[in-house]
Design a protein around this ligand. Sequence first.
Ligand code: UD1
Ligand code: CA
Length: 454
Amino acid sequence: MIDVIILAAGKGTRMKSQLPKVLQQLAGVPLIEHVVGTALQLENANIHVVLGHQATQVEEVLAPYPVDCLYQEVQLGTGDAVMTALGSLQKYGISLILYGDVPLITLPTLRQLINLVDENSMALLTAELEDANGYGRIVRDKNESIVAIVEQKDATDSQLAIHEINTGIMAVRNEDLERWLPQLHNNNAQGEYYLTDIIAMAVAEGKQVNACEPQALFEILGVNDRLQQAQLERVCQEQIAQQMMLEGVRLADPTRIDIRGRVDFGNDVSIDVNCVFEGHVQLGDGVIIESHCVIRNAVIGDGCHIKAFTHIEQSDLGEDCEVGPYARLRPGTYLATGVRIGNFVETKNAAIGYHSKVNHLSYIGDAELGEEVNVGAGTITCNYDGANKHKTVIGDSAFIGSNTALVAPVEIGKGATVGAGSTITKSVPEESLAVTRAKQIHREPWQRPKKEKK
Ligand code: UD1
Ligand code: CA
């Protein structure tokens, strides 16, 4: 059993945001969920999260996870933060200390660190940095053994020249934490209880301080401002894109795709540049997504072809649909097999039946279309009377002429034809023709007005 203590009480002033720092997102997922997600992959982990600033908001996000929330009322330092967890730890065991704002730590690194702890030792994750500015420095003796960590603000000039830094991530036996933490003092440059002071305590007791490095530098990087957030967002996106390609997705350019959430996909999916996926998106076998599409919480069936600049949200597309370019499927759109939605068509809360077509410049809202319906260019369902929404129902094989206004509630019978330019306010019987356009007249000959001379 491992106790994982995730420190997340800090304010995150540099983000300049209303949102608590650990709820800022990477790849559409709050920072803290990245850390919790990784910790949960450890076998038998007992996860404790230390909250402080905007604790309730963070706690809400953590509610679905099997974690134990602890509160550090005042942020007196990292040592004090870990101390809040003391009462919740198992008597004999190891604690792993992680940070809510260091989101990309990996499981292999954590396992490696845990394996370096035994009765006579603790373990630190360290790194060699070109620019060590801001970090605690690892102080070693003549034999290269670690003897202490000094914080930047407490360091001497020669200590500042050290490039080996403390990532903050460490693994310590609980019995040792119980003994050492109460001995911390805040007699230092920042007036804080430094967790890092336990290193010197371990050494004083004759314990070994083992160190290891992460496989990749990004694992230890924190998100303190928007620049670091953007930098780690790129790392995340690169990892997701690589994984997708390894699983068979063809990406036209892995540096030009953004996944903010989760995408599931079948075989032979192809995605062109600059597409954004949000929430949970499912792509069936052979789906083709052209460039510049935004797809949020949607199911796209096998063989669908989504053309460039299409937006799809909370919609469910059957097989072999063709959508776009420049289409907008809004929440509640259901397309059956083989539906065709063309350019500048907006749908909302609309179920469109097998092989029906809405090819150009239309609005289909609060509607139910049967099979093989053909909706002409510029057709509008007038679903809103200014107060309430009403439904339009169009039967199988109906043909709606161009530039028709269907004033809901209204029903077009199976096989009915509506003449172009009609404004339909009454239901149309099956197999009939409805036309409401004014009769065409001719005046011959016709003299156009002429400009008067001034
Ligand atoms: C800490 C380490 C430093 C290390 C650096 C790596 C200490 C004393 N120093 O410094 O050696 O190089 O991390 O980034 O540990 N937090 C709480 N409660 C508190 C204080 C902090 O929850 O009372 C949380 C913060 O939210 C933050 C993390 O702990 O996520 C680190 O705290 P911070 O004050 O930023 O430590 P550093 O000064 O960066
Ligand atoms: Ca920090």
